[in-house]
Design a binder for this molecule. Structure first.
Ligand SMILES: [Zn+2]
Length: 66
């Protein structure tokens, strides 16, 4: 049996597909790949990884990567 779409497991962030559709990398505007198991969004273009906290993607570009 597959779990219902409305079922939310604790500790596993779930980002809505419609939200993923409008999100892009703030750094390079590339597409993001969502990894629910990791709770991360990875930019397909520049490889930047964004964390998802409380179902909200944290789209912060840190300036300390030089
Ligand atoms: Zn990017």
């Amino acid at each position: 049996m597959l779990p219902s779409r409305k079922t939310r497991r604790k500790g596993r962030p779930m980002v809505k597909q419609e939200l993923l559709d409008i999100l892009c990398c703030p750094k390079c505007k590339g597409d993001l790949a969502y990894k629910p198991a990791d709770g991360t969004l990875t930019c397909k273009k520049c490889g930047k990884v964004y964390k998802v906290k409380d179902d909200i993607p944290i789209m912060l570009v840190e300036e300390d990567e030089r």
